[in-house]
Write a protein that binds this ligand. Sequence first.
Ligand code: VGL
Ligand code: ZN
Length: 186
Amino acid sequence: MVKALIVVDMQNDFMDDGALPVHGSVAIIPAINRYIELFSSKGAKIIATRDWHPENHISFRSRGGLWPPHCIQNTKGAQFHPSLRLAKNTLIVSKATDPDKEAYSGFQGTGLAYSLKSESIDELYVCGVATEYCVKNTALDALAYSFKVHLLTDAIKGIDEEASKVAVQEMVNKGVLKDSLNAVKL
Ligand code: VGL
Ligand code: ZN
């Protein structure tokens, strides 16, 4: 099988002191960097998704949404955390760019499934934030597109711990495989 790594939304606004903090997110960066090194060393493709909102995005409280403004296009908050060691050839996927549509999945409106399939990629390893939002929706969409999907449980973090546990269970029930640094086989 042809494998790829998807790093979900490791952007400043989601880090511990960001506009929409995922507490403990900075602590998973070393594990994510190890996965990046591992996949790069095997010549596997690496994808980094980013939340990339216009400043009037529908998910913001000003428009009746759930969230404070975050990951606004071309701001510092939308940049990847400086400690994240993304290789130069990483495929950057920008999502939730339509002001009137929420999009928690890296597959939604991005053409990602098409570009992965055009490279014969059929097995995905998912890490990043937030477990119960963008990680979950990306992993479940990947299943729906018939990829084999692994969740890297030592390199994800959620906004709410209980909701994250429920989300992991839902992913597993639907066919996502749990994996981790000392178990992963490439
Ligand atoms: C996310 C909340 C709002 C995520 C994005 O990346 O999980 N969460 N926008
Ligand atoms: Zn968002």
